[in-house]
Design a protein around this ligand. Structure first.
Ligand code: NAD
Ligand code: UFG
Length: 329
């Protein structure tokens, strides 16, 4: 079976390429390196000992996409490509709507032309907005608070309409919670060039001495220690969820991919310090606008229907995130 992986040089896509290759799938990858580096291609090949075809370019380029589908018999598409920084999306909404929506529209259209009917989409827990109760189930009401989140919700709506029009399609929408960690080899992981928005990449940069101090955004939330609680999931567990989704496609499906456990900012800082034997300096800062107290998944549907559950601990996530950055400094 041959899978087209869009955005396969990025953080989650690269880990999924590894799992696909390890499980014997053939893959074809497209990426424009807008948020990744060319060396990832070789790293995936080193980890797996397997080869694959790579196309550099923009998914909005219909000619290139047609060429890919003509040169390869693609059985299914995993669509990771897109922009993902919440803050940037508020400042540059058109850039986000253009990239996230137009890549998806072009891709779906070219898939149809070539008779490819399996599509797995990277959505996000951000589509649940501010949940009224926890844990979050797939049928909770949906809303968004920023343009990035709105692109995810709009794509979900487009996919629903598309499925209504064409029941032969198999579409699986995966709503990720908070992916962190890295491959245990330390060859691939997440190490943003810009100042990170997300907690784990920031913790790592404080631990390595690149930044002086982590700002903990608020300690007066309604949580066990007052700091924000999230459902952190190891990126390798997340990648494995995509294989299970691929093996169990059946119509239009939605799944939460999370652990079902909530950890606070200070839980993560303390665990990181303990397992890596390093100091993470932090100070309490005001709340970040738009943040919610707590967010964690009910992931029982993915367990029941896909046979998927996470195996990595919060300690594994902290260890692997640090190992990657130390090895790639
Ligand atoms: P990433 O930025 O590391 O990877 C995305 C990849 O897509 C990058 O390699 C980038 O170069 C490529 N890309 C972007 N636009 C492209 C285009 N027009 N043509 C070709 N390639 C393009 O992001 P990630 O963390 O791996 O996230 C993957 C997907 O999962 C994204 O859709 C993201 O919105 C979603 N997601 C991520 C998180 C998270 O916290 N990382 C959470 C929920 C959902
Ligand atoms: N936090 C800090 N200091 C920082 C960064 C974050 O205290 O420097 C706190 C936040 O206030 C929050 C927690 O750490 O309580 C997690 O914040 P992240 O920015 O790492 O993650 P979010 O849950 O805010 O959002 C992320 C992605 C979204 C995605 C969501 C669910 O940025 O796009 O996870 O998948 F929708």
């Amino acid at each position: 079976m041959k899978i087209l992986v869009t955005g396969g040089m990025g953080y989650i896509g690269s880990h999924t390429c590894v799992e696909l290759l390890n499980d014997g799938y053939e893959i074809v990858v497209i990426d424009d390196f807008s948020n990744s580096k060319p060396e990832v291609e070789d790293k995936i090949k080193t980890i797996t000992g397997k080869d694959f075809k790579f196309y550099e370019g923009d998914i909005k380029n219909r000619k290139l996409l047609n060429k890919i589908f003509e040169e390869n018999k693609i059985d299914a598409v995993m669509h990771f490509a897109g922009y993902k920084a919440v803050g940037e999306s508020v400042k540059k909404p058109l850039m986000y709507y253009d990239n996230n929506l137009n890549t998806t529209l072009t891709l779906l259209d070219v898939m149809k032309e070539h008779g490819c009917n399996k599509f797995i989409f990277s959505s996000s827990a951000t589509v649940y907005g501010k949940p009224h109760t926890l844990p979050i189930l797939e049928d909770f009401p949906l809303s968004t608070t920023n343009p990035y989140g709105t692109t995810k919700l709009m794509i979900e709506m487009i996919l629903k309409d598309l499925f209504i029009a064409d029941n032969d399609l198999n579409i699986t929408i995966l709503r990720y919670f908070n992916p962190i960690g890295a491959h245990e080899s330390g060859l691939i992981g997440e190490n943003p060039n810009d100042i990170p928005n997300n907690l784990m990449p920031y913790i790592v940069k404080v631990a390595t001495g690149e930044y002086e101090c982590l700002s903990v955004f608020g300690n007066d939330y309604d949580t066990h220690d007052g700091t924000g609680v999230r459902d952190y999931i190891h990126v390798v567990d997340l990648a494995k969820g995509h294989i299970k989704a691929l093996e169990n496609m059946n119509g239009l499906k939605y799944y939460n991919l999370g652990t079902g456990n909530g950890f606070s900012v200070l839980d993560l800082v303390n665990t990181f310090e303990k397992v890596n034997n390093v100091k993470v300096n932090y100070k309490i800062a005001p709340r970040r606008e738009g943040d919610i107290d707590a967010c964690y998944a009910d992931a029982s549907l993915a367990k029941k229907e896909l046979g998927w559950e996470t195996t990595k601990t919060i300690e594994d996530m902290c260890k692997d995130a640090y190992n990657f950055v130390i090895k790639n400094k």
